[in-house]
Write a protein that binds this ligand. Structure first.
Ligand code: GTP
Ligand code: MG
Length: 633
């Protein structure tokens, strides 16, 4: 049995609550005002027992046109909708509006009940049934079962129940192995227990002891106890009517419109990009900049619309990418459906599906962005992740935000990230980037590498800093880092000693530089340990701008080594000196400069850096002011 939620829909007074009572035994109109007026005002909840111990959560919604907002809060978690049409009145305005809403929300299955058949004759009933078929014909519910019922006579109730459980069995399974999210539809205080919130658990699981947050806002709490359909349980699962007792959060911190979540990755948002669809029945076009009501989960927030595709108003029946800029933050995830209503008079005119829940402000979409938005709403997990990353451009998307940004469970996101490099993207320390950003940054870095090599052909390695700088400052710094690693793994550059080079790059001196190198080699070779300090080099060499490059070249080829303090010494002389020290002084300790001067007859200015150099190599060991020399071998 799939865990799922059955909800009612339909015009005021058509018998929704009566039908729920007949099916479940529960009178969901519990408020005194509901009793007095004989109408439903707030959502009602019940459980319906079915065959083989199965049980469905039932949400009863109001039909009054003033309470459509409440109806949407109830409809937002439905898996099966029971569309109620009174046989005596037939299709009425909220029959159509509720039908529009369940289509906007993409409620997957429908069963129709024609109620109050005791009030009409066969012929009239057939006419009403035909009207119902007609409004369903252009919808995904064209084949929905239609059952004639009467609560007064008990007609059709068993058949209706059977059809409802059939529909429930076919409803798509909700994903338990996903981020937990409970849009709150009620909150109240129970003496001795504290704040209790209820809702339909959309995805994931919530258990006693879990730490949760109520978004938007900063409310945090611990789950003290969990109930499903009024029974205590350790864990509530996706698709169950859930009540959570929360400790650490007052009732003012959580209510209808809040969403209780467990994962730290969730973030509230003030801006979403969505594929908006105007109802064909909308009374007028949607203007750019228009203030509208957005019904998101169980929340209603005011928002400004920004049309992203054209300056022309969005006509009834058409669809386009738009942005909603909310006046207060909401929680949204890629793939979420929301309902749009005009500000005044309040009318449902359309809805949309969120493609970019944590959106930056956009004005116009380029082709790449439109394609990325499409990809996020597609079926292929790779494309969904890549689409979300492409929208993050060179700034990247935090890996922790991806399940929200692309609407996939964390496990599925991890799988895609595991093959991200093969898909052209890259994962950095905390962010991930799409192939577009990677390719762009790679091109800039490789260009910079060539430029740097060309500008200083004698430098064997380009400092990484110069390559990082090639990626613009407005990109995330993680991008350059990740791309350098990726290029190295792909063999497009070599990393060594804090620098990078084109694979196989060797310093390429000109004939004139070759000649200068030759002169330097002879100079250092003949000077031995008493090598010239830089300022002691012959004037013609010192005058050369490329002298540092030439010296690096000698170092890179191994003819000289830097011993510090600006002193370069012939490698051969250094090796010979090391041998002499070991042979002459091996095993002795308490050695002072004078002892070394006997073996290394150089000036004191040379001796100090040389000894420090040998200290570094372990040929000499420094003990306070004196040294010892380990015995050779
Ligand atoms: N004759 C007859 N009356 C019915 C039947 N079902 C419901 N009613 C009556 O219709 C009226 C409205 O029923 P409700 O169940 O409250 O209607 P509702 O659709 O829940 O109304 P709202 O929640 O306010 O939209 C009540 O007076 C019921 O007694 C039926 O099968 N036959
Ligand atoms: Mg009712």
């Amino acid at each position: 049995m799939v865990r799922c939620i059955l909800g009612t829909a339909g015009h005021i007074d058509h018998g929704k609550t009566a039908l729920v009572r007949a099916l479940t035994g529960v009178d969901t109109d519990r408020l005194p005002e509901e009793k007095a007026r004989g109408i439903t005002i707030d959502l009602g909840f019940a459980a319906m027992a079915g065959p083989a111990g199965a049980s469905l959560g039932v949400v009863d919604v109001p039909g009054h046109e003033d309470f459509v907002r409440t109806m949407v809060a109830g409809a937002t978690g439905m898996d099966v909708v029971l569309l109620v049409v009174a046989a005596d009145e037939g299709v009425m305005p909220q029959t159509r509006e509720h039908l529009d809403i369940v289509r906007i929300l993409d409620v997957p299955r429908m069963v129709v009940a024609l109620t109050k058949v005791d009030l009409v004759d066969e012929e009239w009933l057939a006419l009403v049934a035909e009207d119902v078929r007609e409004i369903l014909a252009p919808t995904p519910f064209a084949q929905a079962p239609v059952v004639a019922t009467s609560c007064r006579l008990g007609t059709g109730l068993d058949e209706l129940k059977a059809r409802l459980f059939e529909a429930a069995a076919q409803a798509r399974a909700r994903v338990e192995d996903d981020l937990a999210r409970l849009p709150v539809d009620r909150s109240f205080t129970v003496p001795g227990i504290g704040t209790v919130v209820t809702g339909t658990l959309w995805s994931g699981t919530v258990s006693t002891g879990d730490r949760v947050r109520a978004l938007p806002g900063s409310g945090e709490a611990r789950v003290r106890s969990v109930q499903v359909h009024g029974h205590d349980t350790a864990t509530a699962r996706a698709g169950e009517r859930t009540a959570l007792a929360l400790s650490g959060l007052g009732r003012e911190g959580v209510g209808r419109g809040h969403v209780v979540v467990t994962d730290p990755g969730w973030a509230a948002t003030s801006m979403v990009t969505l594929r908006a669809r105007m109802l064909p029945s909308a009374s007028r076009a949607l203007e750019s900049g228009e203030r509208v009501r957005a019904l998101v989960g169980t929340a209603e927030v005011m928002a400004r619309c920004a049309l992203l595709e054209s300056r022309e108003p969005l006509e009834p029946g058409s669809a386009a990418w738009i942005q909603l800029r909310f006046e207060s933050p909401v929680l949204a995830r890629a793939g979420d459906r929301l309902v749009l209503r005009t500000y005044s008079p309040v009318r449902t005119f359309g809805g949309g599906v969120v493609a970019e829940p944590l959106a930056p402000k956009r004005r116009r979409l380029d082709e790449g962005e439109a394609a990325a938005l499409d990809a996020v709403l597609g079926a292929d997990p790779n494309q969904r992740v890549l689409g979300a990353l492409a929208l993050g451009r060179w700034k990247g998307i935090p890996v922790a935000a991806l399940p929200q940004a692309c609407g996939l469970p964390p496990g599925a996101v991890r799988e895609v990230l595991g093959r991200l490099e093969a898909l052209g993207g890259v994962t950095a320390r905390t962010l991930a980037f799409a192939h577009t950003a990677v390719e762009g940054a790679e091109a800039l870095i490789l260009e910079a590498l060539e430029r740097e090599h060309a500008a200083d052909p004698l430098r064997p390695l380009v400092p990484l800093e110069r390559l990082r700088e090639a990626v613009p400052a407005w990109a995330s710094s993680e991008l350059a880092e990740a791309v350098l690693g990726r290029l190295a793994r792909a063999g497009a550059l070599e990393l060594a000693g804090g620098g990078a080079r084109r694979p196989g790059f060797r310093a390429a001196p000109t004939p004139d530089q070759e000649a200068a190198c030759g002169a330097l080699r002879v100079l250092y070779e003949s000077a031995g340990l008493a090598a010239p300090f830089l300022e002691e080099l012959p004037a013609d060499l010192r005058a050369r701008a490329d002298l540092p490059g030439l010296l690096r070249l000698l170092e890179a080829e191994g003819s000289v080594r830097s011993v510090g303090e600006g002193l370069l010494v012939s490698a051969g002389a250094l090796d010979a000196a090391a041998e002499r020290i070991a042979a002459a002084l091996g095993g002795r300790s308490g050695l002072g400069p004078a002892d070394f001067k006997e073996v290394l007859p150089v000036s004191r200015r040379h001796l100090m850096p040389l000894l420090a150099h040998f200290d570094g190599l372990g040929i000499t060991l420094r003990r306070g002011n004196l040294r010892e020399v380990p015995r050779p071998g």
